[in-house]
Design a protein around this ligand. Structure first.
Ligand code: ADP
Length: 280
């Protein structure tokens, strides 16, 4: 958004407030969008900004299992190779296990070690150039983290659970995506859709698909404990379901079509007769 459209949006907003005499900002935006006083896009973006104040980092972080990282003691050259392979510009360093993240290496800090005359210096390990990780709890609100990223001039944080274990990783891009939707950068590999519609009565669902997103496809599964489809089925089964295990919920048949010992990767969902939840 350029400076002009930015200021015109805020002047529109202050006008709306004075006219409507509402003190619920969300309602003001919804009404103004409905009445055409705000464009659809502008309204949606403002509502998403408000949503940042309610979204916990654990809802939008990259989960622990998807973090690309390197172990302590890795040489700078091998770390550069890992960065190239992962396509991410920063990798956490761990000592012994992923639960013990001790630093973060930045691609740009590695560059001098790859230039010929510097590379002749003594071989270095990542410990020499890594930066301090910034640890945050899973429950931190995204709006608060955005402020912290701005004031600390650091745009990556490691999310830890209440026992100090690594829960995930979050960057400023994850926060901005809440506001403006998916941002694809030059290195993002095309991502497999989390939910693929085959027909009105059939879907393919990736294990990490969000339960909330399934409701857009007419599947309303609710859980206080789990956010993902894979987690939901594992909770219901009491173990990590294996390939071909089937479930029936809310009028749909779910069949696990790909899984390993630790997680479900893919599920097929076909509409059936509405029945009470059962597990075969
Ligand atoms: P980059 O350009 O280095 O990938 P971004 O800040 O643009 O970093 O993040 C893009 C996405 O990649 C975000 O969803 C973020 O959580 C994720 N991400 C960043 N670094 C890593 C990493 N080392 N391992 C896994 N995911 C990462």
């Amino acid at each position: 958004m350029d400076g002009d459209s930015h200021s015109s949006l805020w002047s529109k907003l202050s006008k709306l407030f004075s006219i409507r005499g509402e003190d619920n900002l969300e309602q003001v935006i919804i009404d103004a969008r409905k009445d055409g006083e705000l464009q659809q896009e502008e309204g949606n973006m403002l509502l998403s900004i408000l949503q940042l104040g309610e979204t916990q980092v654990q809802d939008i972080m990259t989960p622990r299992t998807d973090i690309d990282c390197v172990s302590a003691g890795t040489s700078t050259v091998d770390a550069a190779r890992s960065i190239l392979k992962s396509g991410h510009s920063r990798l956490p360093i761990y000592q012994d296990t992923r639960d013990n993240i001790t630093g973060i290496i930045y691609a740009k800090d590695l560059l001098p070690y790859l230039v010929e005359d510097c590379a002749k210096r003594e071989p270095q390990t990542v410990e020499h150039i890594m930066r301090e990780p910034y640890f945050i709890p899973e429950t931190k609100l995204s709006a608060e983290l955005l402020q912290e990223f701005r004031s600390r001039k650091n745009h990556i944080a490691i999310v830890v659970d209440e026992y100090g274990g690594t829960s995930g990783l979050i960057t400023i891009e994850d926060l901005l995506e809440v506001i403006v939707g998916e941002i694809e950068d030059e290195h993002d590999a095309p991502r497999e859709e989390d939910i693929l519609r085959i027909s009105d009565d059939e879907l393919i669902i990736i294990g990490r698909a969000d339960l909330d997103d399934l409701s857009d496809f007419g599947i309303n599964l609710e859980s206080d404990e789990m956010d993902t489809m894979g987690g939901f089925l594992s909770l219901h089964a009491g173990h990590v379901p294996h390939k071909d295990e089937t479930f029936h919920f809310v009028g749909w048949d779910f069949v696990v079509i790909a899984a390993d010992a630790k997680q479900i990767h893919k599920i097929s969902a076909k509409r059936s007769q509405p029945t009470k939840a059962t597990h075969a």
